[in-house]
Design a protein around this ligand. Sequence first.
Ligand SMILES: Cc1cc2nc3c(=O)[nH]c(=O)nc-3n(C[C@H](O)[C@H](O)[C@H](O)COP(=O)(O)O)c2cc1C
Length: 361
Amino acid sequence: MSGDLINNLFAERTAVMLAPMARTTDSAFRRLCRRHGCDLVFTEMATAEGILEDSSTMYRLVTFHPDERPVAIQLTGGSATATAHAVARLVRSHRPSVIDINAGCPVPNICSRGCGAALLSDPLKLSETIGAVVKAAGNTPVSIKIRATGQGAAVQPAQIGRIAEESGARFITVHARTRSDSYSTCANWDYIAAVKQAVAIPVVGNGDVFCVEDAVKMKQRTNVDGIMIARGALGRPWLFNQCRAVLQGDPLPPAPTQQEHLEMIDDYVREAFIWLGEVPAINYVRKHVSWFTHNLNGSERLRTAIFTARDPQQIRDILKSYASDLIDGKFADELPRKDIEDIFRTKISFWRELDRDLIRG
Ligand SMILES: Cc1cc2nc3c(=O)[nH]c(=O)nc-3n(C[C@H](O)[C@H](O)[C@H](O)COP(=O)(O)O)c2cc1C
């Protein structure tokens, strides 16, 4: 992409983006999404303090493959100074396409350190942090991802949006849930519309987009410039191509055939094992294989086998034999599909429940 990345990203159509998801959106999955029409991917959130302490875990989180570009590194920090220092380092060492500030993470041990969603209740610190990061990032554009602040909150989402804009953020992503909302609360897209009306910079809407119809409805209701998808993209990276096409008035591209679907799983598993290292990749692979296959026959038995397998070669063998049984039509239509779909949407760590069920017996 030549010229100004942000102008190009939002110039002609609604951009579609893969959300950052901790312990989930590894480089192999991000690359798969890029190959299926995703305009921008985000690394899993890292902390500025971890980067400044040279934590290898944090460096692993922010490291990306060149094929992911354009890619945003997402960071959060307890102080404007620490965040800016970490950003200056990462811009020099990694040259990300975008730096994204996380001001939405509700996890208590992140908020208690003044990071993530805690920034939303401290507008002065928020503005200082964005300003310092913009300065430290130089020519690299800076964006911010927020949650809604909720009815009756001291600072409203529109005000947060204006602070972000005045402090130099180039776009803002609004996850339409408050800090205390769980995933069983529907995202309230009115928060997104309120921010969109308040600012001139592009606004990206996020929350409960699981299919093309959801993306179209979000666009109609909020007039956003971009749509970010998290859970809806798990196991369905082609959703980006589909949303992208329909949002620009083109016909809906077909979902992959069974053969293409199996090849996609193979590609992901191969790349994850190479990128993360075989043993560290196992947990990512288990989750993604569960998502990729959750709507395919025989997937329940596959999950049982994958979650009990202990080594990478065993996982490859299980997948190979599953693929050939699926192609040979060996599985009866045995899925409690609705249950799996519900668990998949509302329980973000559904694999743990599956794991627990397996352990129970
Ligand atoms: C497993 C998981 C991990 C997440 N990790 C992050 C993260 O590291 N940074 C972040 O900004 N949001 C994170 N989120 C929030 C998502 O980016 C997104 O805002 C949220 O899931 C709502 O989008 P959805 O309804 O499309 O799932 C995470 C969500 C999930 C499900």
